[in-house]
Design a protein around this ligand. Structure first.
Ligand code: SF4
Length: 416
């Protein structure tokens, strides 16, 4: 795949679907931004404005366009232990780098680009902060992100050998930090939040080497469409190409290939039942909005037949994978993964179902000991967040083995 510039987001997106990444990077297709991303961007912009002194906190609070952000911004200020030293930091710092690690003034010539939410040299340690708007209880470490940010920061501060990377979750509030110590140019020791250590070594800066290797890997990989759970949940919303340009829609099973081409509006006369079903199905798939009750019925039969076939083949593949190991599609792998999931007592499950269902919130609130009036006052997003928090805090962690895409970190542990 052609890739002019490496960034953390390219890396993350490429891991999910190289074809989609290629569309955005090389074919000028604009990325559709989800609600969660809009919230995050507004929080970041306003926090940077008031922390850098461009605007007062009051001004920033008045500029909020998404109500939740005002609360998060207040928390980001109130819970920031560096607030009194906020002017010692750079905010939304863009670091543009050449492949040999030189910091460039002209970002258009760079091959590696990193944007840090906040960076500053504080008491002999380069503090790098990633501000997160996650719902409390859903914090997640991303070692690739940490390593990339520290590698870029090291190029900006080549004389420093101690770098602290922290995720700052103002809504929790919580700060989780890793200390990166360059013992030599080629050896970095990372001390995690619980004191655990990890050592990276290479014949050059190991964190920078990972970026170079990854860029080469991406450039050498075909941008194939890679389906997965992310198709329906791409950072909180379905992929913009799902049913709308994703080539997987053209790679339909043979059963659909010989469907007669019929112009819209559909004339199904003369076709047998099977042909009618698949003709209706394919025409809706192609975006034909001329739908009659007959066409809807036929197309739904197509959906049901295809779903049944998908389930049958999926079952065979699961069974095959349990004996033969993960199945690769492009850069991703599918297999059985054992994870810790919240185990919920049955009454709490019922309560949460009632929260999500219509009209059951009073009983649900009683069951989980929340005042009904406070539930009633919640906005839609807070309501969802509350459910997430309840699920998280009331759940016991239980092991569950599920068929899913194998996360990168587990694949590394498996040696895959
Ligand atoms: S729908 Fe899935 S496979 Fe298709 S482009 Fe989107 S993420 Fe890739």
């Amino acid at each position: 795949m052609k890739l002019n510039r490496y960034s953390k987001s390219v890396d993350a997106n490429f891991s999910m679907c190289p074809w989609k990444t290629d569309q955005h990077r090389n074919h000028g297709v604009k990325e559709v931004m989800g609600d969660a991303a809009k919230l995050g961007i507004e929080l970041h912009d306003l926090r940077a404005s008031c922390a850098s002194g461009q605007r007062s906190l009051e001004d920033c609070l008045q500029a909020v366009t998404i109500p939740e952000v005002a609360d998060w911004l207040n928390k980001a200020v109130a819970n920031d232990e560096f607030w009194s030293r906020r002017h010692e930091f750079d905010y939304e710092k863009r670091i543009a780098l050449s492949l040999d690690g030189k910091v460039l003034k002209d970002w258009r010539r760079c091959e590696v680009m990193v944007i840090l939410d906040r960076i500053g040299l504080i008491d002999g340690v380069v503090e790098i902060e990633d501000l997160k708007s996650n719902t409390p209880g859903f914090e997640r470490d991303n070692p690739t992100e940490r390593d990339t940010y520290v590698a870029a920061a090291r190029k900006l501060y080549p004389d420093q050998d101690r770098f602290r990377f922290s995720y700052f979750y103002p809504r929790a509030p919580k700060r989780v930090a890793w200390l990166y110590t360059y013992e030599t140019e080629n050896r970095v020791v990372v001390t995690g939040p619980k004191g655990e250590t990890e050592t990276h070594e290479a014949d050059t800066d190991p964190l920078w080497k990972r970026i170079i290797d990854r860029l080469a890997e991406i450039r050498a990989t075909e941008p194939v469409p890679t389906p997965g759970a992310h198709c329906t949940n791409w950072y909180g919303q379905p992929c913009q190409f799902l049913g709308n340009g994703c080539p997987l829609g053209d790679q339909l099973p043979e059963i659909l290939r010989d469907v007669p081409v019929v112009e819209s509006p559909l004339d199904l006369d003369g076709l047998n039942h099977r042909e009618k079903v698949w003709t209706a199905f394919v025409h809706l798939l192609a975006g034909d909005d001329h739908i009659t009750p007959e066409i809807a019925s036929l197309a739904l039969q197509g959906v049901q037949q295809l779903s049944g076939a998908v389930k049958a083949v999926d079952k065979v593949l699961r069974s095959w994978s349990s004996r033969n190991g993960p199945i690769a599609i492009g850069p991703s792998e599918w297999g059985y993964v054992t994870t810790l999931k919240p185990g919920i007592k049955s009454r709490k499950v019922t309560a949460l179902k009632m929260i999500h269902g219509s009209g059951g919130w009073k009983a649900a609130a009683k069951a989980v000991n929340i005042s009904p009036s406070s539930v009633k006052r919640l906005g839609k997003r807070e309501y969802g967040d509350l459910c997430d928090v309840i699920l998280h805090v009331c759940g016991e962690q239980v092991e569950e083995t599920v068929w899913q895409e194998v996360p990168d970190d587990l694949r590394e542990m498996d040696g895959g």
